[in-house]
Ligand binder design. Structure first.
Ligand SMILES: *Cc1c(COP(=O)(O)O)cnc(C)c1O
Length: 369
C-alpha cells in the first residue's frame, strides 16, 4: 500500500510531554509514588471537580477496585450496560459477581434508566436484587446519569460510572461525568482522550473508600516498619514517570479538545452530502471518537474493508456484552437497541493529530460509496 496508514485514535504527543518525562526521570522519582503522581491526581480533581482521585495503572484496575469497594461478593448480581467494552463485566467476574446485562436507550446509547427502574422494582427484597450498577459513558457521550443516580439512590444501590472514554464530558445537569456516582473509572490508555501510555484513575465519592482503595492498590500494606499484611491487595498504582506524562497531557487537554472539535466540524460538513451516514451528536460529549450510524446496503464490514484497502483504520462499535461468547447464558434485560447499533455503527478515525489532508482521504472513501 502506497499511502501512509491513518490510525483510528493515535496518541497526540508533543515536545512538552517528552520534556515532562525527561524531567521526571532526572528528578529520580521512578517508583509508583512521587510528586508528579500527587500533582496528577490533584490536577484531575481540580479541573473536573472530582472528589477523591486515585491514579492507577489501568482503567480496568479502577473498575475492579470500584466493584470490590461497592461490596460485590460471590454470587452478587451487578447490572452492566451491555453496549460497552468488556472491562466492566470482567471487573464483576474478578470478584465472582454475576453480571446482568441491560440494553441502552436511543438518545445517548447508554444504559436505559427505564429498564433499570423496572428491574430494581421487580427484584426489590429478593436474592436477585443487584449490589451495584455500572454505567458507561460510551464514546464520550454522557449517559442519563442524574436520572440513573436518582434511581440508584432511591433503591440504595451503588453506582459505578465507567468514564474511561469520557474525560471532560458533561452531563445534561452540567456536571463532569465521573463525579456523579459513588465510584468512577477513568482510562489513560494509548487511544483515550489523554494518555499515560497505560493508566487509569478511580474516583470515590467518599474519602473512606478512597483510603481503602489506596491501600488495596498497594498490596494492602499496613503501617509498620516492615511488610505487614492483614488482607489481600493488588499492585495497581500508576508509575510516577507515567504520571509526569499524564500531567503534561492534561495541560494540553483544552487544546486536544479544540483540535477534535475542528476535525468534527470538517466531518460534519462532508457528511451533509451523504444521507446514508449519520453522525451521532449528544450534547456534552467530549468527542473522543466520531461515531456514525450507517444505512447502506453494502454494510459496515464492507465499508471497513474499503477503508482498509485505502490503508485507513476505522472501527465497528463495541459488540454488546450479552452477545459475547464469554458471557453466553448471562441474564439480559431489554430489546435490540444495542444490537441494532452494533450492526450499523462505525467510528471514523478521530485522533487529535489527524491532518485535514488525511481527513480528505477518509472522506474520499466515503464519497466513492
Ligand atoms: C478503555 C476502556 C476501559 C479500560 O481501560 P484500560 O485503561 O484499557 O484498562 C474500560 N471501559 C471502557 C468503556 C473503555 O473504553
Amino acid at each position: 500500500m502506497s499511502k501512509e496508514r491513518i490510525y483510528f485514535s493515535p496518541p497526540y504527543i508533543s515536545d512538552t510531554e517528552m520534556a515532562a518525562v525527561m524531567d521526571t526521570l532526572r528528578q529520580g522519582w521512578i517508583a509508583p509514588v512521587g510528586p508528579q503522581l500527587d500533582q496528577f491526581e490533584e490536577s484531575l480533581s481540580q479541573k473536573f471537580q472530582y472528589p477523591n482521585v486515585l491514579a492507577l495503572n489501568s482503567g480496568t484496575a479502577a473498575l475492579h477496585l470500584a466493584v470490590r469497594l461497592a461490596g460485590v461478593g460471590a454470587g452478587d448480581r451487578v447490572i452492566v450496560g451491555s453496549f460497552t467494552f468488556v472491562a466492566a463485566a470482567n471487573a464483576v467476574s474478578y470478584e465472582r459477581g454475576v453480571p446482568v446485562f441491560m440494553d441502552s436507550e436511543r438518545d445517548t446509547w447508554n444504559l436505559d434508566p427505564g429498564l433499570l427502574n423496572d428491574y430494581l422494582k421487580a427484584t426489590q427484597g429478593k436474592a436477585s436484587f443487584p449490589k451495584a450498577v455500572i454505567v458507561t459513558h460510551l464514546f464520550g457521550q454522557p449517559a442519563k446519569i442524574e436520572e440513573i443516580a436518582e434511581i440508584c439512590a432511591q433503591y440504595e444501590v451503588k453506582l459505578i460510572e465507567d468514564a474511561a472514554e469520557a474525560l471532560g464530558t458533561t452531563s445534561s445537569g452540567g456536571r463532569f461525568v465521573g463525579g456523579v456516582g459513588d465510584f468512577a473509572a477513568l482510562s489513560f490508555n494509548g487511544n483515550k482522550i489523554i494518555t499515560t501510555g497505560g493508566g487509569g484513575a478511580l474516583i470515590c465519592k467518599n474519602a473512606a473508600d478512597h483510603q481503602r482503595a489506596q491501600s488495596l492498590a498497594s498490596q494492602a500494606k499496613m503501617p509498620a516498619n516492615h511488610y505487614l499484611h492483614e488482607e489481600m491487595g493488588f499492585n495497581y498504582r500508576l508509575s510516577n514517570v507515567l504520571a509526569g506524562l499524564g500531567l503534561a497531557q492534561l495541560g494540553r487537554f483544552d487544546e486536544i479538545m479544540e483540535r477534535k472539535k475542528a476535525r468534527f466540524q470538517r466531518y460534519h460538513q462532508a457528511l451533509k452530502g451523504l444521507p446514508w451516514l449519520t453522525p451521532k451528536e449528544v450534547s456534552g460529549a467530549n468527542g473522543w471518537v466520531y461515531p456514525c450510524v450507517m444505512d447502506h446496503e453494502i454494510g459496515v464490514d464492507e465499508l471497513i474493508r474499503r477503508f482498509e484497502a485505502a490503508n485507513i483504520e476505522a472501527r465497528r462499535f463495541w459488540r454488546p456484552l450479552h452477545m459475547q461468547p464469554l458471557f453466553s447464558g448471562a441474564e439480559y434485560v431489554g430489546g435490540s437497541v444495542a444490537e441494532d447499533l452494533f450492526r450499523k455503527g462505525i467510528c471514523l478515525p478521530s485522533g487529535a493529530g489527524l491532518t485535514f489532508q488525511e481527513m480528505s482521504r477518509v472522506i474520499g472513501v466515503l464519497e466513492k460509496v
